[in-house]
Design a protein around this ligand. Sequence first.
Ligand code: ATP
Length: 381
Amino acid sequence: MARLTLDDVTKVFTDDSGSDIVAAEDISLEIDDGEFLVLVGPSGCGKSTTLRMIAGLETVTDGDIRLDDQLLNDVSAQERDIAMVFQSYALYPHKSVRGNMSFGLEESTDLPDDEINERIEQTTEMLGIRELLDRKPGQLSGGQQQRVALGRAIVRDPEVFLMDEPLSNLDAKLRAQMRTELQRLQEDLGVTTIYVTHDQTEAMTMGDKIAVLDDGELQQIGTPLECYHRPNNLFVAGFIGEPSMNFFQGSIENDVLRGDNFNYHLSESTREYVDGLESLTLGIRPEDIEVGLDQMGDHCFEAEVVVVEPQGNENTVHLQFVDGDGSAQFTATTTGQTTVSAGDRTVVKFPEEATHLFDGQSGDALKHREIPSNRSLNSFV
Ligand code: ATP
């Protein structure tokens, strides 16, 4: 069993001028045995610091980290049964692949040579790099080096894997391939894993659960689809999903959300969510905007197509309101068959059931898009 728990974990650094930098604040997480958790957020949000505290490479300022019932705070990195894979691979350049993989085991265990060799052979077989055992890192491609770095973690047979942006040095195609490979490996090995990335696509596609961080604070923890369809706040709504959710700010006047370029009628049932509030942000995902309608109706707007980015199977369409001053652009995705071009005028619809509403001050979610009653969240994509 390897269940990792973080209880109100905080890390405060002090800079050269003596000021405090709060890199992680009151982070509480539970990662079940065998679970794959992706820690995601923008640069500087505290992902690496959190991971390094779990690895024992940074001290914890406050809070507790536990592996099952064992408190890890004062256990040295060497004594934690945790293996970390770094973005830089951190391979020894003068050692062969075999040497890189055996070194840690020789240093930290008293396993006999034949057991070490057997683990290395099995692991390199699994990773498809067995024929590279005698090469040095400088004689390997980026993808091969990444496999060696992974292999070095796997041969240790640890209770927990920590991975810090392990795929970011690879080109897009190899990264997509390694993503699938890593997921398969993690499932086969069943090792509790925390994977850090700033890439929301990696988070959406790889994790059983994702934990979204911003500015040192945990914003949401949930399945990828929970975070996508039921974001806790404006930050998660904007960070998860590509292209991003569209946002429109406005004030509430009777039954209308009134923005600079935008008036949106709020039905009676929606108004219940916003009772007493003065300002709101309405969010709608690009795939929920209907483009190219024949006529105006409820929740419809006249819009002009600014740019179309065709991807073959679908188009990303950038639009602006015809009645607006051009400052409020928004993005819709349409199927590849929909033909719209830059300069076209079209009618778009923001169906109310697909809208999210956020408190204009705090950014907290007030209402999420509806999930059709015959669909579950996990089948709703
Ligand atoms: P990135 O994706 O860019 O690696 P991150 O989310 O991993 O970012 P961290 O490296 O954890 O972010 O940094 C979080 C905050 O803590 C940042 O403001 C960073 O400048 C600060 N920080 C990190 N390490 C130190 C340190 N040793 N001393 C002072 N401040 C630090």
